[in-house]
Design a protein around this ligand. Structure first.
Ligand code: AMP
Length: 628
């Protein structure tokens, strides 16, 4: 048995012994008594009896050892600024932010919603919440009022931390009006909005708004100790899309998450204290939580936080940062690489990449041409890793820190330690043990440390959504199809549900449908994900209008399409905007009225739509075929 196979086997067969060892990678105020309490499946409680703090592990423990070492490197090509905070300075800023939150009445267990661009204050806010035991809920800055309002209502935050604006491609994107609109729409009204004013977009101040710079001045020298939290206390919630229109708040614990990240930094990413990690993601996504903020800092690394595009001012910008800040490990999504691939390789080759050891890619399927191109251009290992918002760290990849293994293009690799991964027949629940059999990728409980504890405020939804979809057994479904080859490498073949993946961003087609339906002219709509060379997938909408005269000619169609796109931009955010809205007179459905999304998708991608014996009206599908 290979060293890694043995490591993995032990993590499953001697679960407690294995994770007790991993737990030593972090600082504990009180060591755990029970490693895993799985007495109420599928709810796993990790490191019961232990007390710790994420901020202590990410910041304080390093201040003692390496106060002058860089901790947070912030680069914005949007506003042309760079700032570097060493651990001592980061420690001070986090305490100032923590003092502000305390002054605003935030208590342990309260939620703080963070709606911010990629600026250092966003990192301070997350770490400050962790410090005082408040539960942060970061909402991606690309989401707009309706998305934000539904998250505000679900998280019921005491305070919202926000900023006047973000910036994209040099264009100011005001956040405050979207937040104000969300707060008008939401039922829950947080007491305070703590506003970081970057001076980018003037905004209206209401009695609810508190200026961060002013409040910070009053707490410059405050010392705010870390609150010792139970390992099982929630650290944050992060909303993610599913098959219903209502996003789910993925709830993460404290101790298990800290241990899982520390272990992944060692065994998977092989990052060491004093080195630099550059994750080109956003704090609004799970990668941003795990591998911009917590993971690298827990490992004592400097983390590079980047506000900007990979191709502005030119396609060499990332590599110039790698050179300037001696980045050792880099993390991004395949879409970004596909964007770079349109530019000349000389943008990469022109830089000294001597410090860089590996590029990690995740978030969406990594196609072979993209992987081959970037591996060749960089001359470094490119490591695919597969995971989900729900799991917080990789399910499938290569753990080079345990044993070097070759990557196979198209495969993220092996099941990671702690994950008892199974491929199951979706109809019978039987395990598929042979090579190259397609099944639902599932994980036998308990999920390892770091994975979601539950859906925020809805244990039943957690059980029903994730643990009851495979007949006859209680297993965690990833909702991805997969196969495993004769060498044990897994390959991901796409989602089993209506979730689509646009440029590495996960979107629920139902959410987009609901948003489009809110346009008064729309009677009915179907949204499907269609393969796209650049973004992996794009959303395509087919709408039935109430009044056909609106789309009597091409000008009318274009006008309505534009209006519908604006509705989505305004409601959900530009990330969710469909690539096209096409108009049809009816949608293909089964006789029982179920929308045949999969058949629509197949037709859009030029594939065989499969068995259509249950279709009510075949001409509806023909209309779509004619349009695409
Ligand atoms: P998210 O929760 O937004 O990270 O999206 C998770 C989903 O993205 C997974 O369930 C997969 O469908 C897809 N995904 C993430 N990483 C990969 C990968 N390396 N290869 C293929 N699909 C991936």
């Amino acid at each position: 048995m290979s060293r890694y196979a043995d490591f993995h086997r032990r993590s499953i067969e001697d679960r407690d012994g294995f994770w007790r060892e991993q737990a030593a990678l972090i600082d504990w105020h009180k060591p755990p008594q029970t490693i895993c309490d799985y007495s109420k499946p599928p709810f796993a409680k990790w490191f019961v009896g232990g007390e710790t703090n994420l901020c202590h592990n990410a910041v304080d423990r390093h201040v003692a050892m390496r106060p002058e070492q860089s901790a947070l490197i912030w680069v914005s090509t949007e506003v042309g600024q760079e700032r570097v905070y060493n651990f001592r300075e980061l420690h001070a800023e986090v305490q100032r932010m923590a003092a502000c939150l305390l002054a605003l009445g935030v208590k342990q267990g309260d939620r703080v919603l963070i709606y911010m661009p990629m600026i250092p204050e966003a990192a301070f806010a997350m770490l400050a919440c962790a410090r005082i035991g408040a539960i942060h809920s970061v909402v991606f800055g690309g989401f707009a009022s309706n998305s934000l309002a539904s998250r505000i209502d679900d998280a019921t935050p005491t305070v919202v931390v926000s900023a006047d604006a973000g910036s994209r491609s040099g264009k100011v994107v005001p956040y405050k009006p979207l937040l104000d609109e969300a707060l008008r729409l939401s039922t829950h009204k947080p007491k305070t909005v703590l506003m970081v004013d970057r001076g980018l977009a003037p905004f209206e101040r209401s009695s609810r708004d508190v200026d961060y710079a002013t409040l910070r001045e009053k707490h410059l020298n405050d010392k705010v100790p870390c609150a010792w939290l139970r390992a099982t206390d929630p650290s944050y919630t992060l909303y993610t899309s599913g098959t219903t229109g209502k996003p789910k708040g993925v709830q993460r614990d404290t101790g298990g998450y800290a241990v899982a990240l520390a272990a992944s930094m060692k065994h998977i990413f092989q990052g060491k204290a004093g080195e630099t990690f550059f994750s080109a993601s956003d704090i609004g996504w799970v990668v941003g939580h795990s591998y911009i903020i917590y993971g690298p800092l827990i490992a004592g690394m400097a983390t590079l936080m980047y506000e900007g595009l990979p191709v502005r001012p030119d396609a060499g910008i990332w590599w110039s940062l790698v050179e300037k800040y001696k980045v050792n490990l880099m993390f991004t999504a395949p879409t970004a690489v596909r964007v770079l691939k349109k530019h000349d390789e000389s943008f990469i080759r022109g830089h000294d990449l001597g410090s860089l050891r590996a590029l990690f890619l995740a978030g969406e399927p990594l196609d072979e041409p993209t992987a081959t191109w970037i591996a060749k251009a960089l001359g470094k290992p490119v490591i695919d890793n597969y995971w989900q918002t729900e799991t917080g760290w990789p399910i499938l990849t290569i753990a080079n820190g345990i044993e070097k293994a070759k990557s196979k293009f198209g495969s993220p690799g092996f099941a990671m330690y702690g994950y008892d991964v199974k491929l199951l027949n979706e109809a019978t629940g039987d395990e598929l043990t042979g090579a190259n059999q397609k099944g639902v990728l599932a994980v036998e409980g308990p999920l390892p440390p770091g994975c979601m504890q539950t859906v925020w405020g809805d244990d039943e939804r957690f059980v029903k959504t994730y643990w009851t979809t495979v007949p006859g057994r209680m297993v965690y479904s990833t909702f991805d199809w997969g196969i495993r080859d004769e060498d044990g490498y897994y390959f991901i073949l796409g989602r089993t549900d209506d979730v689509i993946n646009v440029a590495g961003h996960r979107l629920g087609t139902r959410e987009i449908e609901e948003s489009i339906s809110s346009h008064p002219a729309v009677a009915e709509v179907a949204v499907v994900g269609v393969a796209d060379a650049l973004k992996g997938q794009v959303a395509m909408a087919f709408a039935v209008v109430r009044d056909a005269s609106l789309i009597a000619d091409d000008a009318g169609k274009l006008k309505l399409e534009g209006e519908i796109m604006k509705t989505v931009d305004h409601g959900l955010g530009a990330v969710a905007r469909p690539a096209r809205v096409r108009f049809v007179t009816g949608l293909p459905k089964t006789r029982s009225g179920k929308l045949l999304r999969r058949a629509i998708q197949a037709v859009c991608e030029g594939r065989d739509p499969g068995d259509l014996t249950t279709i009510e009206d075949p001409t509806a599908l023909q209309q779509i075929r004619d349009l695409v």
